[in-house]
Design a binder for this molecule. Structure first.
Ligand SMILES: [Zn+2]
Length: 173
């Protein structure tokens, strides 16, 4: 990422404070929408699109009153697309790290196999190496994907989401 893009997203993050772009309720709603479990209908905040109950006069997520921003009956396409892209970026990074873990396991296996083969060539030791490959592949893919990949993917996707949200807001206003 270039320095200016970095600065821009930092500024975007600051202007939003600690409030995430998508509320927990909107995230839960969009997850069930994309799982085909819910239609795109309801009562949503006119500013942040968090689902809000009929009796509420202000949004519990962004605190804007319904007078200031009248609620809408569905989540607009650009917002749903933003959510989909955010999830796509997250899983791309998680999967890349998981594959890196697999590659690392294979590399360790090859080295261990070569050493075992040149030192003894004992077939049971070679079989043990193969077992090591399966265990390592699972552990390393889980560690790198689920731990580093998850953390980095989440941060990267959130940063891009904030940028996209700012652009969307500027266009909407
Ligand atoms: Zn709101």
């Amino acid at each position: 990422m270039s320095a200016t893009a970095e600065q821009r997203s930092d500024a975007a993050q600051r202007s939003l404070g600690d409030t995430p772009v998508f509320s927990e309720r909107l995230t839960a709603f969009l997850e069930s929408y994309y799982a085909g479990e819910a239609p795109n209908a309801g009562r949503f905040c006119g500013h942040c699109y968090s689902p809000i109950a009929r009796e509420r006069a202000e949004c519990p997520h962004c605190d804007r009153s319904v007078k200031e921003r009248p609620p809408v009956g569905y989540v607009p396409d650009p917002v749903r697309e933003m959510f989909r892209r955010m999830r796509g970026r997250e899983s791309l990074i998680v999967n890349s790290f998981a594959y890196l873990g697999l590659a690392l396991a294979v590399l360790i296996f090859i080295v261990a196999f070569a050493i075992t083969f040149s030192l003894s060539g004992n077939v049971w030791l070679l079989a043990l190496d193969t077992l090591l490959l399966f265990v390592l592949a699972r552990v390393l893919a889980g560690l790198l994907g689920g731990w580093i990949g998850d953390e980095l993917g989440h941060r990267y996707a959130q940063r891009k989401l904030v940028e996209e949200w700012q652009a969307f807001e500027a266009e909407r206003a």
